[in-house]
Design a protein around this ligand. Structure first.
Ligand code: NDP
Ligand code: 2IT
Length: 444
């Protein structure tokens, strides 16, 4: 049995009930075969066995009191996966579906994503099975304070730097930072995605969505095309989706659909992003309200059928496994040519295979959504340097980082005879640097 199969077999045995983690690990390890053949020393050093085992996982109780005086208990997590190339870095997710499997898949992906940025950040992820929907501001604040009252002892600007993810945006980062500062008495860059008045960076809010569109733009440019006039479907209506829509529209694309977890809106004349921002960012309401406010727009309950809308570019920006084989086949039938993953692992293995065999340009999450964490690393640089870059300065750096990621995954794929296979290219390019660092550190 080959090295990869042996490690995967053991991983399945030990983590049998972690479906998402196994899905991510299988994709990554399988695509690393050619690298491992070139480096037999990796097997002797049990490099893969160490790579798939988190350095540390912290699981903790998060008790909090709601506005009616009822006590609730949630489960908090921080997976400190790999610190070979820098301090652990990765977001916090607050969503009822959060469990160890989801935390570990996100942490594993984050290692390679962070490596691809070219910046010195290791991989981590955290969160809680807390549902922020329908909670008051004060309930959110008390939850964040309780969460940080345990988390603070495990993080630090040079050890582990969390940020946002699903359910954690600028409001939550503010409450988390306030509590950290209060307990530790340090005003440091221990979280990213901070507000601009207390150490945040320009462009961090926009970075994941903008970066996603910069990568699609680069893929189009390399094929002699541009975004102008292209029809785009975006899933999600949160941070990543909103700023992907903003940049796609700025570059002349026609975005016709978006969704939240209840259903999708279709607006053939182009999404009015001011209305979406008002509903999702200001009112924290449901996307269904869009169809009441914009003439000619339709609302459909349920999410899956969004992928039946004809488009040339699909940008899944909500959550894992939201785009399956059936959805991929529908998109292909209707003429999709580019898929850029804004969310983490939004496409199922069957969906990826369908896009691959149809020759669709498929830009995988760890490359396509790396703009967020890259800008987080720029926020860390500004914090330690006690300086503040303008919007334009950060935006130029973000775009350069994204174009470099595109080039490194493209080159890595070509080097192993896999031209155009960006899934393999991104995994290989990300892994190379981490593997070098782990080998240099000895058996740790
Ligand atoms: P937000 O919480 O801001 O938005 C999430 C959006 O996705 C909401 O519209 C939400 O709908 C929808 N959604 C969540 N879960 C589901 C579900 N099970 N089914 C359908 N829709 C769902 O999160 P972000 O925009 O920050 O994150 C979106 C994705 O991007 C995630 O996969 C995240 O890991 C990834 N990502 C985020 C980065 C960042 O910087 N924020 C960086 C890189 C990746 P509803 O409001 O109804 O729940
Ligand atoms: O998945 C991700 O890359 C994020 N949620 C952003 C992480 C970060 O540290 O900015």
């Amino acid at each position: 049995m080959g090295y990869v199969d042996r490690v995967l077999g053991e991983l399945r045995r030990k983590n049998a009930n972690e479906a998402e983690f196994l899905q991510a690990a299988e994709e990554i390890l399988t695509s690393l075969e050619p690298v491992l053949q070139e480096h037999p020393e990796y097997e002797r050093a049990a490099l893969l066995e160490r790579f798939v085992e988190p350095e540390r996982v912290v699981i903790f109780r998060v008790p909090w009191v709601d506005d009616a005086g009822m006590v609730h208990v949630n489960r908090g997590y921080r997976v400190q996966f790999n610190s070979a190339i820098g301090p652990y870095k990765g977001g916090l997710r607050f969503h009822p579906s959060v469990d160890l499997s989801i935390m570990k898949f996100l942490g594993l992906e984050q290692i390679l994503k962070n490596s691809l940025t070219g910046l010195p950040i290791g991989g981590g992820k955290g969160g809680a099975d807390f549902d922020p929907k329908g909670k008051s501001d004060m309930e959110i604040m008390r939850f964040c304070q309780s969460f940080m009252t345990e988390l603070f002892r495990h993080i630090g600007e040079d050890t582990d730097v969390p940020a946002g993810d699903i359910g954690v945006g600028s409001r939550e980062i503010g409450y988390l930072f306030g509590q950290f500062k209060r307990i530790r008495g340090e005003h440091v860059g221990v979280l990213t995605g901070r507000g601009l008045s207390y150490g945040g960076s320009m462009v961090r809010k926009e970075a994941t969505g903008y970066g996603l569109v910069y990568m699609v733009e680069e893929a189009l440019r390399c094929r002699g095309e541009g975004l102008a006039g292209k029809r785009v479907v975006i899933s999600g209506a949160g941070n990543v989706a909103i700023y992907a829509c903003e940049k796609a529209q700025a570059l002349g694309a026609l975005v016709v659909a978006m969704y939240d977890s209840d259903g999708y809106i279709y607006d053939p004349s182009g999404i009015r992003l001011d209305v979406i921002k008002q509903i999702k960012e200001v009112e924290r309401a449901r996307i269904a309200a869009y169809a009441d406010r914009v003439k000619g727009a339709e609302y459909h309950a349920g999410c899956g059928n969004i992928w039946a809308i004809p488009c040339e570019i699909a940008l899944p920006c909500a959550t894992q496994n939201e785009l399956d084989g059936r959805a991929a086949r529908l998109l292909i039938q209707n003429g999709v040519r580019y898929v850029g993953e804004g969310a983490n692992m939004p496409t199922t293995p069957e969906g990826i295979e369908a896009f691959r065999s149809a020759g669709v340009v498929f830009l995988p999450a760890k490359a396509a959504n790396a703009g967020g964490v890259a800008t987080s690393a720029l926020e860390m640089a500004q914090s330690s340097g006690r300086m503040f870059w303008t919007f334009e300065e950060v935006d130029v750096k973000l775009k350069n980082i994204i174009v470099n990621i595109y080039r490194s995954m493209d080159e890595a794929a070509r080097r192993y005879g896999l031209a155009g296979d960006y899934v393999a290219g991104a995994n290989i390019a990300g892994f190379t640097k981490v593997a070098n660092a782990m080998m240099a550190h000895g058996i740790v």
